[in-house]
Design a protein around this ligand. Structure first.
Ligand code: ATP
Length: 444
């Protein structure tokens, strides 16, 4: 029995992942056991009505037979993933979870909680929800087809995310260990020691995006007003427990490891410029049309053309040193750009870029020498070539020197502080070198 929950928080506070703790406590009280890692599933990052990271949660419960892994501690009680037997979705479970949501949700106009209890959901729903815009009218027939139980408050839009989190097919999984503050501390400033996080990242092999070396600060700490103290991401869940022991921070009350699609690039669709739509994310192959320019506010803008159309690409100010990389591009360079598409004007908000090839840049250093008599030739006029004053021989080309480019072919990405949850960091991409190779095959 899967339980999915979404849209319980608002900018004023809370975090949907916190509900996972209370749901686990409540379901265990009712005799159920957790049969998989709790899921934290990020959905389309370009949805205008998301609160922060467009995250939904899903948990799988059944009858436990044998304890497998210790994956958390909630107010002093250990949380285990069990080997066990599946059970059918129960109306009692839906009622219990709705009770928790009702108690914990932020009561704001924009919060529209939804809960889904189901045996499974088709993975196509996940792929639509992570890449596109989905409407309630699309989801309700799927829920009915799967005989799911579902309920919502204030419109229940959260049902979309809740169903999509259950539908996730775990094609690419990473983990996040989240620590939670006692309730009395939720609205206070929290302290996480930057140096200890930098050290933790150095000492662990499989954690990622914990520390931003450019800003010299930890990026594992959310803003105040949420129950979360910090979250450590990695590809090996066992290592996250050791990593937690290396971070110096305020006292946490609970911790829990989630399986997530963070860093998966699941939101990215390889497409052509003519097929780009707002509120989606894509990878586009093309040539730089005009040299990049830095506009007011410090954003760097350029455009690419792939033969089907032209689109603007932007590296915004928060992407810091990434903007310098982008600014080194020149018209004619061949690139693959990755990012989310914003509407009006249609612009790709860059997450990373692969520079495939660079044009040769050259500057004129002298007029040519006459091939017949060796004298220096004179210019006939702008773009009209050269002529030898002595024997009248003509030539088109001056003497050029190649200019060294400030950028080399390869991958470049925004720093961790500017990274979207779903964007795959290059550190993970290198595990998947094939992707680049496939890119080349496709575009050559
Ligand atoms: P947080 O990351 O802090 O948990 P959030 O950014 O997830 O917050 P929510 O409050 O959950 O924001 O709001 C997102 C809303 O958008 C939810 O109601 C969810 O069901 C809905 N939603 C998610 N993905 C899509 C999608 N692809 N199309 C339409 N609606 C979506």
């Amino acid at each position: 029995m899967w339980i999915g929950v979404d849209d319980t928080d608002a900018r004023e506070g809370m975090c949907t992942t916190y509900l996972a703790l209370e749901i686990i406590e409540e379901m265990e009280r009712r005799g159920y056991a957790l049969l998989s890692f709790p899921r934290l599933v990020r959905l389309n990052p370009n949805i205008p009505w998301k609160t922060r990271g467009n995250g939904a949660i899903a948990l799988r419960f059944g009858r436990g037979v044998k304890k497998l892994h210790r994956i958390g501690e909630v107010r002093g009680r250990e949380v285990w993933v069990w080997e066990g037997e599946d059970v059918s979705p129960s109306p009692g479970a839906l009622r219990a979870v709705m009770g928790i949501v009702e108690r914990r949700r932020v009561r704001s106009r924009d919060t529209s909680p939804g809960v889904v209890v189901a045996e499974s959901m088709p993975s196509a729903l996940y792929w639509r929800a992570v890449r596109d815009v989905v409407w309630m009218r699309d989801v309700v027939p799927v829920l009915e087809g799967e005989k799911a139980l579902f309920s919502g408050i204030n419109g229940g839009r959260g049902v979309i995310g809740a169903a999509a989190a259950i539908a996730w097919d775990e094609r690419f999984v990473t983990y996040e260990l989240l620590t939670y503050l006692p309730e009395s501390e939720w609205f206070r400033e929290r302290w996480v020691d930057d140096a200890s996080v930098a050290e933790m990242e150095r000492r662990t092999r499989r954690t990622f995006d914990s520390y931003d070396p450019y800003q010299g600060r930890a990026v594992i700490k959310p803003s105040a007003r949420t129950p979360v103290l910090y979250g450590i991401r990695g590809t090996l869940w066992e290592e996250l427990v050791d990593a937690m022991g290396m971070v110096s921070a305020d006292r946490y009350e609970s911790w829990l490891i989630f399986a997530t699609n963070q860093g998966s690039d699941d939101h990215i669709v390889e497409t052509r410029v003519c097929d780009v739509r707002p509120f989606t994310s894509c990878a586009l192959y093309g040539r730089v049309v005009k040299n990049p320019v830095r506009i007011r506010g410090g954003h760097v803008i350029f455009s690419i053309d792939d033969g089907t159309g032209e689109i603007s690409c932007a590296a915004y100010r928060p992407t810091g040193p990434f903007r310098d990389v982008v600014q080194s591009l020149r018209a004619g360079d061949e690139v693959v750009v990755y990012g989310g598409v914003r509407d009006r004007p249609l612009t790709l908000n860059l997450e990373k870029i692969r520079v495939v090839s660079l044009i040769k840049l050259r500057v004129k250093v002298a007029n040519p020498r006459c091939p017949c008599c060796g004298k220096s030739m004179e210019s006939i006029g702008r773009n009209s070539g050269y002529r030898c004053r002595k024997c009248g021989t003509r030539s088109e080309d001056a003497v050029y020197r190649e200019v060294k480019r400030d950028i080399a072919p390869g991958w470049y990405e925004v720093p961790p502080s500017a990274r979207r949850h779903l964007a795959m960091p290059l550190a993970l991409l290198s595990d998947q070198k094939l992707r680049g190779v496939e890119d080349e095959k496709r575009h050559k």
